[in-house]
Design a binder for this molecule. Sequence first.
Ligand code: GLC
Length: 446
Amino acid sequence: MKPSRLLSLIALACSLLAGIALAAEPQVSDEQRSALKTANADPTLAPDLLLPAEDMAWWRDAKFGVFVHWGLYAIPAKGEWHMFNDKVPAAEYAKLAQRFNPQHYDPDAWAQLAADGGARYMVLTARHHDGFSLFASKASWGQFDAPHSAAKRDLVAPWVQAVRRHGLRVGLYYSPLDWRFPAYFHPKEMPENARELKQQTYGQIQELMSQYGRIDILWYDGGWLAHQGTDADAAWFWEPDRLNRIVRKLQPKIVINPRSGWQGDFDTVEGDAPIEGPIRARPWEKTFSINGAWGYVPEGNVKSADQVVDAMVNAVVRNGNLLVNLGPDADGVVPPKQSETLRGVGRWLHRYGQAVYGTRPGPLQPVDGIYGMTQRGDKRYLFVQRWPDAELALPVLPGKVTGVRNLSGDKVAWRDGPQGLSVSVPTSRRGEPFTVLEISIAADSR
Ligand code: GLC
């Protein structure tokens, strides 16, 4: 780990401890928790498991995915941490399975919505921390799975088919941790229970990797132990190198996130914090929920399409993807405001997607809050978020500029000189949340 990263972790840990000292019930935000647990890249652990660049290309081209958090927790409607946060005993929580009978579960409608939103992949919570599996799972401890619930069927199988039918890539989320096992909190003190927990994880990962044909993304969450430390700190227990070796055998080209404690093929950043800083060397993915929680809660503070586009562009110009989450209700319906936001993103992408999909960041570094760039072939795309002045003066771009076009169809004035390129758009024609300009570079001058 880099010393600067270590220092910021120590600072974060101190501020969390200070919070505990001051308040009886410390509120740890998703952001803080996630910064702690995901600061885990250990590049020396099984580097041979990393996907070669050519197999990561589709994921880097895709840019935008839709996450779905769905499970029994949609019934009490208090978010996916309800069982733990409200201290619901496992036996009590398990009764929800007999009430889980989604009448309007229509995976085609979900996939259609994601496609309308411009997403190129989807990720579904096959099993969250509560231990309930949406799929048919012989390895599930206590047969806590959808076929043994009121739904009486595997809910992952039709979803995988629907997502494929809509031309999207298929991702499965899986949480190694399961709150039903006391050993999750006391792995060393309860070796037999810990063994069962680990056996369930290995068994279920093998089921997910072999029951549904090709899977494109494996999205782990919660490789940590007792909700403490980082995912990598718990590698002694989960042996993520061994686990992912099994995964690679069954799904040689699957893209794996870093949350099993192995570094994974890309980095994960959770939460609503603004995206800033330079282009990151490793591919990464920002993820947050459109509504206030990941799992279903009544719609409150739903993000607007502009907010989602803002995050997407700011991720993409820094080598990232965006995965936005929907929380369908217990009946399988995606609440209306979340759908509306996603459709708004789709309309924006329909117009400006050529500056997003299949691009790579640069060549200029982004300037926080002002602009960022992407590129593909002899085109450079400039996303202007805030105009510092009547015109925006850029540093010198490699290559000879032959034209600048405003992708909205509106006018743009430009001037290229030894100091660099200057562009301007009339104030009334500036786009929200971005003005998107396409810059052409002479092919022989690159
Ligand atoms: C946070 C939440 C967890 C959710 C995850 C998605 O870690 O605590 O419930 O599944 O984010 O990335």
